[in-house]
Write a protein that binds this ligand. Structure first.
Ligand SMILES: Cc1cc2nc3c(=O)[nH]c(=O)nc-3n(C[C@H](O)[C@H](O)[C@H](O)COP(=O)(O)OP(=O)(O)OC[C@H]3O[C@@H](n4cnc5c(N)ncnc54)[C@H](O)[C@@H]3O)c2cc1C
Length: 448
C-alpha cells in the first residue's frame, strides 16, 4: 500500500540504502531444508494462519509428523476472502504483497499468480479539501538517517511542526502501522524495520492473498488441519506435551509451535503448565496490537479517488478495483487504532457504515449516500481468536520481540507475525518466516 511504502522507504533511507538481510531467503532456506536434519517425533502447531500453515508445509516437506489445531471454522487466520460482494474477490484481511523478495513473493511467482504493482494516486483530505499534495512534506520526518526519539509518532510529528492540522494525516501513517499515532514509538517503528528486505513496492493479487495460500500451501497439508479446536491448556511438565481443547479433548506432542496472535497470548486465553516465565509474559505485554477493521462500500458509480488519506473516521480509503480484472465500484475503508475502537463502540455494522458515509458525503458532496449499493464490515477486533489487527512497536518496547520469540525448554516454540525479528512483522510473509524459523529451531535442537 502506498502509505506503507513511504515508511519502508524511510527505513531504507535511515540505514543509508544498505540492506543487510538478517534472514537469508532462498539460498539459506534450501540449504537448511535439504540438510540432513531429522525428527521422528510429533509436532503440534496451534493456529492455522500464515505462520502455522507455513510451518506445517515445511514439516510436511521434511516428512515430519504434525497436526495443526485451529480454533475457528476456517484456516487462514488474518487472511480471508470475500466472494460475491463485488464482481471480483476481496481480501478481508491481508491484501498487499509487500515486496516480492520474500517467501510469499517466491510462492506468487512460482504459482504464476497474477499480481499488479499498486501505484495508485494518493490524495489527502486536508483542511476539508481533497488535495494532491501537502504544504509540508510529512514523509520526510520519518526518513532521517539519525535515530528518531523513543516518543510517540504523534509527539514526534508535533515536535517537527506537524501540529493539529496534520493530525489525521499522521493518524493515516500510524494507522498503516496498526495503531493510533499516540501509541506507536517513532524510534522502535523505524528501528524494527531496519532489516526489511522484501522490497519497497506493494502488489495486489488479481485473485486474493487467500487464494495464493490456499492453492500453494493448504492444498498440500489440508488433512493435517483440525478446525474448531480451541486450545485452552498446554502442559509441558513432562517430555510429552499435553494439549487440551475447550471440549476437554487432549492431544500429545513432542514439540509445540504456538502461532496465535499476541493479543491471545496477552489475554491468557491459553493456560500454560508450568506458567510461562515472567520475563516472557512481560515481553508479550510490551508488544502492541490494537483494534482494526476493513469496511467495503459498493457504489453505483465511481465518484471517489483511488486513495484518500486523512479522514477522521477512517484515516484511509482506497479503490479496491485496482489490480482486478473487473471494475465494480468498491471503496475500502482501512481503519486502525482509535478510529477502529470508536467505530466498534458504535455497536452495529449499520452504525459503522453510516459514520463512514457521513465522512465520505462531506468529502464528495453527498455522493456516497446517494450511490451506495451495499457494504460489508470485517471487524478483526471482535473476532475472538484474533482480537485486533497486527502487532506494532510500542514506546520503550526494547527487545520484547526477541524475548517473546525464544523457545521454552526445547518444547514450546513461538511463531506468528508478532514474533518476526526481521522487520517483517505485521505481514503475511513475516509470519511465514517465523513458521519456517521455528521448524528449523526444532530440528536444530533435536540434532544438537
Ligand atoms: C485488516 C488487516 C489488513 C492486513 N493487510 C496486510 C497486507 O496487506 N499485507 C500483509 O502482508 N499483511 C497484512 N496484514 C497482516 C497479516 O494478515 C498478518 O500479519 C498475518 O496474516 C498473521 O499471520 P499469523 O499466522 O501470525 O497469525 P493469524 O493469521 O492471526 O493466525 C493465528 C491463528 O491462531 C488461531 N487461534 C487463536 N487462538 C487459538 C486457540 N486458542 N487455539 C487454536 N487456534 C487459535 C486464530 O484463529 C488464527 O487462525 C493485515 C492484517 C489485517 C488484520
Amino acid at each position: 500500500m502506498e502509505r506503507r511504502d513511504f515508511i519502508k522507504k524511510s527505513t531504507f533511507f535511515s540505514i543509508g540504502g544498505l540492506l543487510i538481510p538478517s534472514l537469508c531467503l532462498s539460498s539459506c532456506r534450501n540449504e537448511l531444508l535439504f540438510k540432513d536434519l531429522k525428527f521422528n517425533g510429533k509436532v503440534i502447531i496451534i493456529g492455522a494462519g500464515a505462520a502455522g500453515l507455513y510451518a506445517g508445509y515445511i514439516l510436511k516437506s521434511k516428512g515430519i509428523d504434525f497436526q495443526i489445531l485451529e480454533a475457528s471454522s476456517n484456516y487462514g487466520g488474518r487472511i480471508g476472502k470475500l466472494s460475491g460482494f463485488a464482481n471480483f474477490p476481496l481480501d478481508t484481511g491481508a491484501e498487499w504483497l509487500h515486496g516480492k523478495n520474500s517467501i510469499a513473493g517466491e510462492l506468487a511467482s512460482r504459482s504464476g499468480a497474477k499480481i499488479t504493482l499498486d501505484n495508485s494516486d494518493e490524495k489527502y483530505w486536508f483542511k476539508n479539501q481533497i488535495v494532491s499534495s501537502l504544504p509540508k512534506d510529512i514523509n520526510a520526518i520519518f526518513s532521517r538517517e539519525k535515530n528518531l526519539p523513543d516518543i510517540s509518532f504523534k509527539d514526534f510529528a508535533i515536535q517537527e511542526g506537524f501540529g493539529n492540522e496534520y493530525k489525521n494525516i499522521v493518524e493515516g501513517i500510524a494507522g498503516d502501522s496498526g495503531a493510533a499515532a499516540s501509541r506507536i514509538s517513532a524510534y522502535w517503528k523505524i528501528k524494527e524495520e531496519e532489516n526489511w528486505i522484501s522490497g519497497d513496492d506493494d502488489f495486489k493479487f488479481e485473485e486474493t492473498y487467500f487464494d495464493l495460500i490456499d492453492s500453494q500451501i493448504v492444498s498440500k497439508i489440508q488433512n493435517n488441519i483440525q478446525l474448531n479446536t480451541i486450545v485452552k491448556k498446554i502442559n509441558y511438565t513432562d517430555s510429552t506435551i499435553e494439549i487440551t481443547d475447550s471440549f476437554n479433548n487432549t492431544f500429545k506432542a513432542d514439540k509445540v509451535i504456538i502461532t496465535v496472535p499476541i493479543t491471545i497470548l496477552k489475554s491468557n486465553a491459553i493456560e500454560f503448565i508450568p506458567s510461562l516465565p515472567l520475563d516472557k509474559t512481560n515481553a508479550f505485554s510490551k508488544i502492541g496490537m490494537d483494534a482494526g477493521m476493513k469496511v467495503f462500500l459498493k457504489f453505483n458509480n465511481k465518484f471517489f479517488d483511488q486513495n484518500i488519506i486523512g479522514g477522521s473516521t477512517s484515516a484511509s480509503y482506497s479503490d479496491e478495483s485496482i489490480g482486478k480484472l473487473q471494475d465494480d465500484n468498491v471503496l475500502l475503508a482501512f481503519i486502525m487504532g482509535e478510529q477502529a475502537e470508536y467505530l466498534t463502540s458504535l455497536g452495529s455494522d449499520i452504525e459503522i457504515k453510516n459514520a463512514l458515509l457521513q465522512e465520505l458525503d462531506s468529502m464528495y458532496n453527498g455522493q456516497a449516500s446517494a450511490s451506495l449499493i451495499s457494504y460489508y464490515v470485517q471487524n478483526w477486533t471482535t473476532n475472538p481468536f484474533i482480537k485486533g489487527a497486527y502487532s506494532y512497536s510500542t514506546i520503550g518496547m526494547g527487545n520484547a520481540r526477541e524475548i517473546s520469540a525464544q523457545s521454552i525448554n526445547k518444547k514450546i516454540y513461538f511463531a506468528g507475525e508478532a514474533m518476526n525479528l526481521n522487520g517483517h512483522h505485521q505481514t503475511v510473509h513475516g509470519a511465514m518466516e517465523t513458521g519456517y524459523r521455528e521448524v528449523i529451531n526444532i530440528l536444530k535442537d533435536i540434532n544438537k
